[in-house]
Design a protein around this ligand. Structure first.
Ligand SMILES: C[S@@+](CC[C@H](N)C(=O)[O-])C[C@H]1O[C@@H](n2cnc3c(N)ncnc32)[C@H](O)[C@@H]1O
Length: 340
């Protein structure tokens, strides 16, 4: 059970959590309804009032709307509604099981039309595949946008999703009275813009195989060396690089030295999560000729492929700077046979 006042985030909950536990509704088998990017929460409150027997989850990346909703929910004692900090992409791939959601609501997603920003767009193939996979059969995706080009692009993506069926005979409708008006919607209407509403239902077509992406095992490397810490310290360089095959970006930021340890500061950006982590190189107390390279649990990092790639990169730096004998290698995909 989580405390109702505790802030939920995609990194504070297990991958994947028991949602009945999170909502304190164990045994009640409540449907799960999710709103992505709820802003100032008009739709979330509408969902709370129209779906009293569901668990309603809102996810938002902006802190001001999040804090506003948190205090509003506390004041109104709406125990079946929870809000969460994080990117929808992380919620979809790490925290929601396939077939576990009854409704998704997406209202006025940011368009991100510049080519260099397109990867941030919510409506894209990968994210829509996850949304479709997380819906239970019969569940619905509700989407609204006031931007014609975004509507056209969403229509093309939705039409190419065999697991979703359009509820309308047209690509979208421009009037959908049976819903709350969000803040952004009110502004768009006042300014004379047309709204495009989509409702798609999850059909019985077999879903894509998109299991929850769980955490990886703890990364670490144990080795023996007579080399000295100074040499490794000086071999470290500030640098940034990408692992294109997995869309991972790593920035090696800094290194700090103590008599018996080094602490490396690293930023890791992956498709679903961005983390600032610390990695330690420490001398073993029981055998001072043995060293351990391991992730520090400072800041409660999630152990992802990106974290393994970053620790492996440090292992490479160590291995190139001093002669080592590897005793245990728990780094995913780390090739110990480096050419000198
Ligand atoms: C244009 S505003 C619309 C807000 C609200 N839905 C409304 O209609 O008034 C888009 C909202 O989505 C949030 N957002 C954008 N990308 C997101 C993502 N990947 N995950 C969660 N929230 C996101 C933004 O912080 C912003 O509050």
């Amino acid at each position: 059970m989580t405390l109702q006042h505790e802030r939920l985030s995609t990194t504070s909950l297990a991958w994947s959590p028991n949602w009945e536990d999170v909502f304190d509704s164990v045994g009640q088998n409540r449907p799960l309804v999710v709103e992505i990017g709820f802003g100032y929460g008009q739709m979330l409150l509408y969902l709370a009032h129209t779906r009293p027997h569901a668990n309603i989850l809102g996810i938002e990346v902006a802190s001001k709307p999040l804090a506003t909703m948190e205090s509003r929910l506390r004041r109104n004692q709406l125990h079946h509604v929870r809000v969460m900090y994080g990117y929808a992409e992380a919620l979809l791939s790490h925290l929601l099981e396939p077939g576990s959601v009854s409704e998704f609501h997406v209202n006025f997603p940011d368009p991100w039309f510049k080519t260099s920003h397109q990867h941030r767009r919510l409506m894209k193939r990968r994210t829509l595949d996850y949304i479709a996979s997380r819906l239970r059969v019969g569940g619905r995706l509700y989407l609204a946008t006031d931007i014609e080009a975004y509507a056209q692009m969403s229509h093309a993506l939705l039409r190419a999703t065999p697991t979703l069926t359009n509820e309308f005979e047209t690509a979208w409708v421009n009037h959908y009275p049976d819903r709350a008006r969000t803040k952004y919607e009110q502004k768009a209407l006042q300014e004379g813009r047309t709204i495009h509403y989509f409702v798609y239902q999850r059909n019985t077509h077999p879903a894509l195989d998109l299991p929850v992406i769980k955490e990886s095992p703890m990364p670490h490397l144990v080795f023996r060396t007579d080399g000295n810490l100074d040499t490794i310290y000086h071999a470290f360089q500030r640098e940034q690089f990408a692992h294109p095959e997995a869309s991972i970006y790593i920035a090696m930021l800094d290194v700090y030295q103590n008599p018996n340890s080094l602490l490396f500061e690293i930023h890791i950006k992956e498709e679903t999560i961005e983390q600032h982590v610390a990695v330690l190189l420490v001398r073993r107390k029981d055998d001072p000729s043995e060293w351990v390279l391991k992730l520090s649990m400072l800041g409660h990092p999630r152990i992802t492929h990106g974290v393994h790639k970053a620790v492996s990169h440090l292992a490479e730096i160590v291995q190139r700077s001093v002669p080592i004998t590897i005793l245990h290698n728990k780094l995913l995909g780390y090739d110990e046979t480096l050419s000198a």
